[in-house]
Design a protein around this ligand. Structure first.
Ligand code: ZN
Ligand code: CA
Length: 373
């Protein structure tokens, strides 16, 4: 009986919506089966998280955490080779959603406005690569690989994907032609971090301009998947018709995922509880349309901060974003140095330290630099 019910529900879902928003539950289960160390580490996460939250009651007084991002664009045609502007539009969405400066924050029902969180997490394109060289944080890789499924090909250059940048230091995001029916997936954190840690997202669902396709055209797939990457569960707690626990107390228990764009209140008093407000279907960790999502809660924020402090601590202090590379240098990467002169106009061949020097470039620009030793 149970089996038949499962099939019917899955069929109903496919009928309502051909897109599976998220493959995170599936990839996590697959990784746990394949890797006992990962399974063991994941099994301890909830307990470790509760303990961290108990021991760090003032977590919310922390300063803003900035997460450095590398985007690996895997493409086999021009359409899949999404523009820099499209990538940056995704970073904008993330900064708005995680700082609650999203314009649709006003759509959060008033009963939940007071628990809607500024998560105090920001994102930047990496400006320093793993070799310490300047970068724009975008890694473009042409490939002959067809659609990518949920296996290791995507994070392996030799298999037609792109190798990870160090998982402890960067949030790796692979944007690619993803298998039909899937928008994206992410790897939840634990004390075991392996190859392929990060997000994989279809090029039709990344950013909010360019190749994005309605109704997943406002960048909320990445918001949702980063929620998983920082240890958030789906608001219904996983499974079908589960009324499960997402380990967050301020998100109401709900029976299952929601699609499309329900009206408020939706499913009040479900799951044998008296909850007149119903499902928090506009939470980023539900499955509704991008245009209908607009909040993380304070409880989810706490869990994400615990995840960074416990499992992704390199995100707390780094200089991979602002570092040594200024904006002007990033913009002018293609210019060529003509010569270096000192303040008296004499050409310098060997650069002395602690002396101001002028760098003359072929595009007419001049920079004053001093190498401090
Ligand atoms: Zn998900
Ligand atoms: Ca909850």
């Amino acid at each position: 009986m149970k089996k038949i019910l499962t099939i019917l529900l899955a069929g109903a879902t496919l009928f309502l919506n051909a897109q599976e928003r998220c493959g995170t539950t599936a990839i996590t289960e697959k990784m746990m089966l394949e890797n006992p160390e990962y399974a063991n580490a994941r099994s301890k996460v909830n307990q470790q998280t509760e303990k961290w939250i108990e021991n760090n009651p003032n977590h919310s007084e922390k300063t803003i955490i900035t997460i450095p991002v590398v985007v690996h664009v895997l493409y086999s045609n021009n359409n899949q080779n999404i523009s820099d502007a499209q990538i940056l539009s995704q970073i904008d969405v993330l900064n708005e959603d995680f700082r609650r400066t999203n314009v649709d924050a006003i759509n959060t029902p008033s009963v939940w406005q007071s628990i809607a969180a500024d998560s105090e997490i920001e994102f930047c394109m990496a400006t320093t690569d793993p070799n310490g060289q300047p970068t724009d944080g975008i890694d473009r890789v042409q490939t002959t690989h067809g659609a990518f499924g949920m296996n290791s090909d995507v994070h392996s250059t030799s298999a037609g994907g792109a190798d990870d940048w160090p998982n402890d230091d960067y949030l790796n995001i692979w944007v690619c032609n993803i298998e039909t029916g899937l928008l994206g997936y992410a790897t939840p954190p634990s004390n075991w971090t392996g190859d392929g840690d990060g997000l994989v997202i279809g090029y039709q669902y990344f950013g909010r301009i360019g190749t994005v396709q309605s109704p997943y055209n406002k960048g909320r797939t990445a918001t949702h998947e980063i929620g998983h990457w920082l240890n958030l569960d789906h608001v219904w707690g996983g499974g079908w018709g589960s009324c499960g626990d997402d380990n967050v107390s301020d998100t109401p228990t709900q029976e299952q995922e929601n699609y499309s764009c329900p009206g408020y209140p939706h499913n009040p008093n479900s799951c044998s509880t008296t909850n007149p407000d119903g499902d928090m279907f506009m939470n980023y960790m539900d499955y509704t349309n991008d245009a209908c999502m607009n909040l993380f809660t304070n409880g989810q924020k706490t869990r994400m901060l615990a995840a960074i402090n416990q499992y992704r601590p390199n995100m707390l202090n780094h200089d991979l974003c602002a570092g040594t590379v200024g904006v002007s240098e990033t913009l002018n990467q293609k210019r060529e140095l003509i010569k270096i002169v000192d303040v008296l106009g004499r050409t310098i061949n060997q650069q002395p330290t602690n002396t101001p020097l002028l760098y003359l470039y072929d595009d007419g620009s001049v920079e004053k630099k001093i190498i401090v030793e």
